[in-house]
Design a protein around this ligand. Structure first.
Ligand code: ZN
Length: 204
């Protein structure tokens, strides 16, 4: 990649790339190489499309960016706010929809509008949906990865059913998913806390 300065502080070591609401650390970034972060406050970046590690860390500290996927190292922590899950969902749904469109696939609606509930139900047949699950095996659920899969399944389900698939419908589905998965994340947190309390001090 061509060398360009950080869009926020002009530091010349700027290896975190922005694509819409997603930041991705590239080779050269010490802290974020291969890590993707979702932005929940895009306004703070203006038109910056490259960031240095320090500015990315400030966004993360302020809760404006949340790491959600990484190919190297530890999985990012999963306790993100509902808005972060909604943005991850919306971004990956748009991306899948764009790919379908590039291949000439356009959902065709012939009958009355298909309610979101119907799309959700088919989606749940295709992918484990953590926004609908009521129990989890602690340590085995990765909400961020599941969110990416559910977003893709949502677009395929909507296409198969001939449901509306545009920015407004993706936004509605994403917000609803984010709210619901936020409750699942909280539930898992409570399960973890209860589990930790069962372990006598000094035994962990
Ligand atoms: Zn910077």
């Amino acid at each position: 990649m061509e060398k360009r300065p950080c869009g926020l502080c002009a530091d010349t070591h700027a290896w975190v790339y922005r694509t819409g609401p997603v930041l991705e650390g590239g080779y050269g970034s010490v802290s974020y190489d291969t890590t993707r972060l979702i932005l929940t406050d895009e306004g703070r970046l203006g038109d910056a499309d490259r960031l240095c590690d320090a500015c990315t860390a400030v966004l993360e500290r302020d809760g404006a960016a949340h790491p959600y996927l990484t190919a190297l190292g530890e999985a990012p922590k999963q306790a993100m706010p509902p808005t972060a899950y909604a943005e991850i969902f919306a971004h990956h749904a748009r991306s899948t929809f764009d790919t379908l469109r590039r291949n000439g696939v356009v959902p065709v609606r012939t009958g009355p509008p298909i309610p979101l509930d119907q799309v959700d139900a088919l989606r749940a047949e295709l992918e484990l949906d953590p926004s609908r699950a009521r129990s989890f095996r602690v340590g085995q659920v990765n909400f961020a990865q599941e969110t990416v899969r559910v977003a893709r399944a949502h677009v395929l389900s909507a296409t198969a059913l001939g449901a509306d698939l545009d920015e407004a419908s993706i936004r509605e589905a994403a917000d609803r998913y984010g709210e619901a998965v936020g409750k699942s994340v909280a539930l898992l947190g409570e399960m973890m806390d209860a589990l930790m309390k069962q372990i006598p001090p000094g035994d962990g």
